[in-house]
Write a protein that binds this ligand. Structure first.
Ligand code: TYD
Ligand code: MG
Length: 456
């Protein structure tokens, strides 16, 4: 294939130059010149690269053909939910994660399922075909209709895809792919961006659903340009906490569903298994009640999740006491401690306060306010909150306990797992009677009421 003309763009001001330079001749910025394709191949003058195929005209939105069943089920319910109900035709999903977390395993299992419905192509740029076959046999998945290719040149990949016409294609990984039109090495910003743009355009034109695997750098960002996240429809992160066998699949962007959905898998010697009842893994049930531990009901995406919050409060030796949180916002903790001082009469300025959300979950919603304060108090006084108690609720700066969304659903989840008491905002308490089998609901309005209810 003929190599297109390349040129260099300044990423700061957009100036063009036929040669690379350390400093942009126009705006004078340093190290901003990047290689790019001068004339995008095969777009025959229709707009800039990255524009999707159309016939050039405008039409009424109701006339746009949706096609039959636009979603493909992947056969893994946890993945389907994170994707917003399945894979979308022509949709592009970027799957990021640390090395060895199980990205290739997840996608091989998914593709083996999808191949049963026909047309699945797995392109590997990192492993040999033999390695992929060995993994498949180890996973015990059926590989009858699954096509594989070991290829890193995007032009060849597109040629294979044009022949095979798969409904679903995996590129493992985008950092190994290069386009012949650029001279820079695979994995460089320009290469990743150009190859991804070509693959995305192919997906949109042909209706092929596309998975791109992306590496993650040391500080947890997707390696390569940030624009990769803008080019795709869905960005998923696959993560795990400190060597545990549980894997969390998180949607951080989704054009076809809710972001912040969470899927949970467990890795064992036969690959990834879905965890359908994640509440049970994030709760470490203690033999007896321990101080500093409070169970809360949070929400991850569209479902409730029981998680344990732990707090340790210890007298400080520093002039600035420490406020350390794992799995939640540290500033919020400082604010809550101020509320506890003012409205609960509890002084913590001479104490170090540590908060940990068990199981590597990140709690970002305000429903954790009340559980955090009760955990702090429990540790400070060395008095346990009775077992089988769940807590949730937002704490306002005036010491009032404010309602949180989806109260009933949270209470139902607690009842399902055998909890007997729930300390919740008054507005979240169900009206009348005892609608949840075996669960006593204690509605509270002020921080003081909540402290009384928790420690009787
Ligand atoms: P892999 O999918 O290769 O990770 P990635 O593509 O994200 O780099 O996963 C490799 C890890 O998974 C490796 O550490 C071994 C483990 N593993 C299992 O525990 N069980 C299995 O059945 C398989 C296939 C892998
Ligand atoms: Mg891999």
């Amino acid at each position: 294939m003929a190599r297109g003309r390349t040129q260099f763009n300044c990423t700061a001001c957009g100036a063009l130059s036929p040669k690379w330079a350390g400093q942009c001749p126009e705006c004078g910025a340093w190290n901003t010149m990047e290689e790019a394709v001068a004339a995008p191949a095969a777009t025959s003058g229709r707009g800039p690269r990255g524009q999707y195929a159309g016939d050039g005209g405008a039409r009424s939105l109701v006339d746009v053909d949706l096609g039959e069943d636009p979603r493909h089920r992947t056969g893994l319910d946890e993945l389907d939910r994170v994707l917003g109900g399945g894979l979308v035709q022509g949709g592009v999903v970027l799957l990021g994660g640390d090395p060895g977390i199980g990205k290739s395993t997840l996608l091989l299992q998914t593709m083996a399922n999808l191949a049963q419905q026909g047309g699945a192509l797995y392109v590997t740029g990192e492993e040999s075909l033999r390695q992929v076959a060995m993994r498949a046999s180890r996973l015990g998945v059926s590989t009858d209709n699954l096509q594989v290719a070991a290829e890193t040149c995007v032009e060849s990949i597109l040629a294979v895809a044009g022949r095979e016409r798969p409904r679903v294609m995996v590129i493992d990984s985008i950092q190994t792919i290069f386009t012949e039109q650029l001279q820079s090495a695979p994995g460089s910003v320009a290469q990743v961006r150009e190859s991804a743009a070509l693959l995305v355009r192919h997906a949109k034109q042909s209706g092929t659903a596309l998975f791109l695997v992306g590496h993650v750098t040391k500080d947890g960002q997707l390696a390569g340009p940030r624009v990769l996240e803008h080019m795709v429809d869905t960005v998923l992160y696959f993560e795990s906490e400190g060597g545990s066998r549980f894997r969390l699949l998180r949607a951080v962007k989704n054009r076809f569903g809710a972001a912040n959905e969470l899927g949970v898998f467990a890795m064992d010697d036969a690959g990834l298994k879905e965890v359908r009842n994640p509440s049970s893994i994030f709760l470490s049930r203690h033999e007896e009640a321990v101080s500093g531990s409070v169970v809360m009901v949070t929400r991850e995406g569209s479902r409730p999740l029981l998680v344990e919050l732990q707090s340790l409060v210890a007298e400080t030796t520093l002039s600035n006491p420490r406020r350390v949180t794992v799995g939640m916002d540290q500033n919020r903790l400082s604010m809550l401690l101020a509320v506890l001082h003012r409205h609960g009469g509890v002084f913590t300025a001479d104490q170090d306060v540590f908060i940990n959300v068990v199981g590597g979950v990140r709690v970002t919603e305000t429903a954790s306010d009340l559980p955090v304060l009760l955990a702090v108090l429990s540790s400070l006084r060395d008095r346990a909150v009775p077992q089988q108690t769940v807590v949730f609720g937002e704490v306002g700066l005036a010491g009032e306990i404010r309602p949180v969304p989806n109260g009933e659903e949270r209470l139902r989840e607690a009842a399902k797992h055998g909890f007997r008491r729930a300390i919740v905002p008054k507005k979240n308490a169900p009206r009348g009677g005892r609608p949840f089998e075996g669960l006593e609901v204690l509605p509270v309005q002020r921080l003081g009421d909540a402290i009384d209810a928790a420690f009787e």
